[in-house]
Design a protein around this ligand. Sequence first.
Ligand SMILES: [Zn+2]
Length: 252
Amino acid sequence: MTTRYKTQAFIFGKNDVNEFDRIFSVFTDEFGRLDIFAKAIRKGVSKLRSGIDTFYFSEIEFIQGKRRKTLTDAVIIEKLKNIGKNPLKFKIGHNIGEILSSFIIGEERDKDIFKLLKETFDRLDKENLTDRQCARLEYYFLWNIISLLGYRPEVEKCSVCNNKLNPESIYFSNKSGGAVCKKCLSDDLKVLIINSDAVKLLRLIFKKEWPLFCKIKISGPSQKLFKKISDSYYFYTLSDNSSKNILMRKAE
Ligand SMILES: [Zn+2]
C-alpha cells in the first residue's frame, strides 16, 4: 500500500516540466524542504490547480515513489495575494525563495526556519512597506536564516580579541565571523570596512527588532556598507554550508 503524507507547506518556487506537469519547491512543517511533482497540473481540468501556487500556504498530501514525491491533494490555508499584486514585493518574495533554496538543499525538518518563513512572508504580504523597507525585509530574512544555520556573526564586540568596539574604526571579517577592531587587523583576515550604523542594523536584526530595523534611517554610504557585508557574508556562508552538505552526503 502506498503511504500518503500530509503536511502544511509554504510554496516558494515552481518549475514547469513536460507538457502539463510542474515541480513545486516547498518548505514544510514536517519534512523541511521538498520538491513535489504535480502531474498534469497545467491541464484546465486538474483539481490540484486551485490549491497550490507560489506564495501559498497550503495543506498538501503526497506519495513517495521510487524517484520522486507526487502531489495527490492540495488545499489552500492562506493565499498571500498582496505579494502578487505588487511587482517589488513579488521580486523580494522571489529573492527570499532563492536564498532559502540556496541554503536548504536536502530534506531536514526545521521548525524555526518554517516559522521564520511564515513571519517573513506575512510581513511582506500584509505590512504597508516602502521600497526601502521591502528591500530591508530581504536582508532581515537573510541574516536570520544565516543565524539559524549556525553562522551568526559576532557584532557586539571584536570577534578576535573580544574587546569593546571603537565606533570610529570597525571592520568586518567573514573568516573570523564578525566585527574586528583596529588592533586585530591582519592580512590573513581579509577585512571589509564597516561603520557603527551598519553594525547597529545587524544588532537590531539579531535582537529581532523588526519594527525598529525597518524604520531606522541611516545614510546612503552606511546603507551601501551594510549591503556589501551582507552580500559578502552570504556567499561566504553559502560556500561553507554547501561543503558541509557534501560532507554529510558522503558520510551517509
Ligand atoms: Zn580585536
